[in-house]
Structures are given as structure tokens and as C-alpha cells.
Design a protein around this ligand. Structure first.
Ligand code: AMP
Length: 397
């Protein structure tokens, strides 16, 4: 396997798979968050400064039937130029004559953007001929798209086969792997994971995998009520997955056998309806009256979680601790973020990942005060589940 740090890019055209799937305003196509573009800049600049040129491949949106104006990379070209501080050229198709000519004309130190790879269904189908066609456009392949590393698509995985000696991770991808591995594999202790969010069913494999990696697991958010009900608690009309009551008990039992501490909330803020302006009360989590639902973590639980986190050396957070989208039910999520920041300031390594917890640290302004915020939603979750991600495997093999 090659390394971007030692590979010679001199006079080489590097095909770089990035994840520029940025959110766009519906009517104006203005970019509302350019984090993903900024995240790829170190890799792009590294290749250019080493004497190479860069051919960027990415998807944008979810085009279903071929080329689609709303998902055209034309909308983001100007921002790529601004962020990379250089002009970029554009090919209106990622394959075909235009792409071939544009790539052959590319001079060293220049950037070319290929149109959305998902305008061809062959991309998501992982088509080998399509991947080979893309591969012919460059001399080496750099995968810097951690956000799509869990997909065995043509430009994220299959293409690597055509560069047996000239494939490598980009700097962002490298950093993501390093930081997640630091949480999962570090021998520092105590290690605490906080798993929140709506459903046990979507996080079960992650929790099971974390049982062999962590000393403590805090379970919060909507999924906590399934655990409380499974243990005989009264949860009113809180979110519950009745099919997973036994699963919840199995997890508690497995944790006990392994000596992993599972920490559940002890109190909760309940509401008489699923609205921000609902009536609120704070009660013991196992004594929720009929007609009421738990939407946030109570004060005593917040203190309990803070104590655990303040003693932790490695912290992983995925999933909110309540319905943080409602300002009246965000305190548990805000407090856990604050406890993580405090622990980080005391020397702990903290990683936040997965859609809604990243949205939460951004919302509360804590993104710069945790150790690392992962850019990969689904990819990060699958990595935490212990899955060998195809995009990573394709580079390593
Ligand atoms: P997930 O995508 O599984 O991480 O779930 C995130 C969602 O869980 C957010 O939209 C939260 O509003 C929601 N959530 C967290 N706590 C609760 C709760 N107690 N009841 C209902 N939904 C919740």
C-alpha cells in the first residue's frame, strides 16, 4: 500500500475521490455548508505542491435517472475554486470524449472537476467496466471520501483494483481512520461510549461491538426507554421498540459478563405531547405516568453522566440524549456535550460522530472543543459496528 506522504506525484495525474456531497439551497443551489469541500483541501494541495495535477471525482445528491440539473457539480465549482484558491476546469461528463480530452490537457498544478459520477447508474452498481474507464483518466488513485467508504461503488472501491501499486488514502481518510481506531483500539482507560438517538434497532450492532472495546457505555435518548421497559419500568407513551425488549436484556447480560458498565438515565423530562411547548415534568425514568413521554434526560442523570465522563480518558459520542431539535428538550444533549468538552480539557481524547450528534455539537458551538468530529455519518457507524468498509479494504488489499 502506498502512502500519500511518500508517494511521488511529480508529473502524475491523481484521480482523487472526494465527498463533495454538500447541502444546497433548493431554489438557488447555494451551498449551505461547505465543510466537506474544506476537508479535502489538504489532500488536494499536497498533490499539487508535489508536482502533480488533480482530477476530482465526487457524487452530489441522489440523481435517480441520469443527468439532473439539481445535482450538477456546476453549482459548486465556484466554491471549490474559492476554497482551493485556484481556478478549476470542469468536464460536463465524468466519462466519454470530453472527460478524456480535459484530462489529457490537464497540466501539472491544475485541478479538473468531473461531473457527478452518480449520473451513471454504473457508479452505484459498482460496475467494473465503468470503474476501469474512470481509472484510465489518471495515473494514480487517492481515496479521500470517508463519507462513502461504506459503499462498494465504482469510484469509491472498484476503481482501486486498477491501481495495484498506485492507490492510497487521502489525508482526511487517513485522519478519520486514525481517530476512530484510537477510540476503538487504544489501551488507555477508562473508555466510555455514549450511544443515544431514537432506536435500539439501529444501534444494536454498534453497542454489541463496543462491549468488547469500552469500559462503560452510557445509553441515552429515545432508545433508553426500551431498556427501562425491559427491566419492568413504566414508560408511559415514550418511544419504545417492543420487539427489542429481549435484545435489551441480552445486552445488559452480556455487558455484565464482560464487566462493562451500562449506565442508563435515572430520571427524565416528560412531556404531555410531542411538541416543544408541551407541558413538562421531571420524574424517575421508570415511573412515567400514562399519557406522558420522556423527551429529555433529567438533571440527576446529567450529573451521573458527567461524573462518569470526567473520569474517562477516551470518549466516543454518537446520538443525541433527547429531542434536541426542541429547545425545551435540549438540555440533556447540551449537557453531555459540555461534559465531553470539560473531560477533553482535562486531557481525555473525545470523538463525536454520526449525523445528529455532529449537528448537536455544531448547534451548541462545541465542535472546536472536542478532540475530533468525524465527517462520515453512515461510514462511521458501520466502522463502529466492526464492519470492514469496502472503500478502506480496497486500498489496503
Ligand atoms: P438517530 O438518528 O437514531 O441517532 O436518532 C436521532 C433522533 O433521535 C433525533 O432526531 C432525536 O430527536 C431523536 N430522539 C432522541 N431522544 C428521543 C426521545 N426521547 N424520544 C423521541 N425521539 C428522540
Amino acid at each position: 500500500m502506498q502512502s500519500i506522504h511518500s508517494y511521488s506525484f511529480q508529473n502524475k495525474k491523481a484521480l482523487v475521490r472526494v465527498d463533495f456531497n454538500v447541502p444546497l439551497e433548493n431554489s438557488t443551489f447555494e451551498i449551505t455548508d461547505d465543510t466537506r469541500i474544506k476537508a479535502a483541501v489538504p489532500t488536494i494541495k499536497k498533490i499539487l505542491s508535489a508536482g502533480g495535477s488533480v482530477i476530482l471525482m465526487t457524487h452530489l445528491g441522489r440523481p435517480k435517472n441520469g443527468p439532473d440539473e439539481a445535482s450538477s457539480l456546476r453549482h459548486i465549482l465556484k466554491r471549490i475554486e474559492d476554497v482551493c484558491e485556484t481556478k478549476v476546469s470542469f468536464s460536463k461528463s465524468c466519462i466519454g470524449k470530453e472527460a478524456e480530452v480535459a484530462c489529457s490537457k490537464l497540466k501539472f498544478g491544475e485541478i479538473l472537476v468531473l461531473e457527478n459520477v452518480r449520473f451513471f447508474k454504473e457508479e452505484t452498481n459498482g460496475d467494473r467496466a465503468f470503474a476501469q474507464y474512470l481509472a484510465k483518466l489518471g495515473d494514480c488513485y487517492v481515496n479521500d471520501a470517508f463519507g462513502t467508504a461504506h459503499r462498494a461503488h465504482a469510484s469509491t472501491t472498484i476503481i482501486a483494483d486498477f491501481f495495484p501499486n498506485d492507490k492510497m488514502f487521502g489525508l482526511l481518510m487517513e485522519r478519520e481512520i486514525l481517530n476512530i481506531d484510537k477510540v476503538l483500539c487504544s489501551s488507555e482507560a477508562p473508555k466510555t461510549a455514549i450511544v443515544g438517538g431514537a432506536k435500539v434497532s439501529s444501534k444494536i450492532t454498534i453497542i454489541e461491538n463496543l462491549l468488547s472495546k469500552m469500559n462503560s457505555i452510557i445509553i441515552g435518548g429515545g432508545m433508553a426507554y426500551t431498556f427501562i421497559k425491559a427491566q419492568g419500568g413504566k414508560i408511559g407513551s415514550s418511544l419504545v421498540e417492543d420487539d427489542y425488549l429481549q435484545t435489551a436484556l441480552n445486552i445488559l447480560e452480556k455487558a455484565k459478563q464482560r464487566g462493562v458498565e451500562i449506565i442508563l438515565p435515572i430520571d427524565t423530562i416528560i412531556a404531555d405531547s410531542f411538541t416543544n411547548n408541551a407541558k413538562r415534568k421531571e420524574v424517575k425514568i421508570s415511573e412515567i405516568p400514562d399519557g406522558w413521554m420522556g423527551l429529555d434526560t433529567g438533571k440527576k442523570s446529567q450529573i451521573l453522566f458527567d461524573t462518569v465522563l470526567s473520569n474517562s480518558k477516551i470518549i466516543l459520542w454518537n446520538g443525541p440524549m433527547g429531542v434536541f431539535e426542541f429547545t425545551n428538550f435540549q438540555s440533556g444533549t447540551k449537557q453531555i456535550a459540555k461534559s465531553i468538552v470539560d473531560a477533553t480539557q482535562k486531557g481525555a481524547f473525545s470523538l463525536v460522530g454520526g449525523g445528529d450528534s455532529v449537528a448537536a455539537v455544531n448547534k451548541f458551538g462545541f465542535a472546536d472543543t472536542v478532540s475530533y468530529v468525524s465527517t462520515g455519518g453512515g461510514a462511521m457507524l458501520e466502522y463502529l459496528e466492526g464492519i470492514d468498509l469496502p472503500g478502506i479494504k480496497a486500498i489496503r488489499n
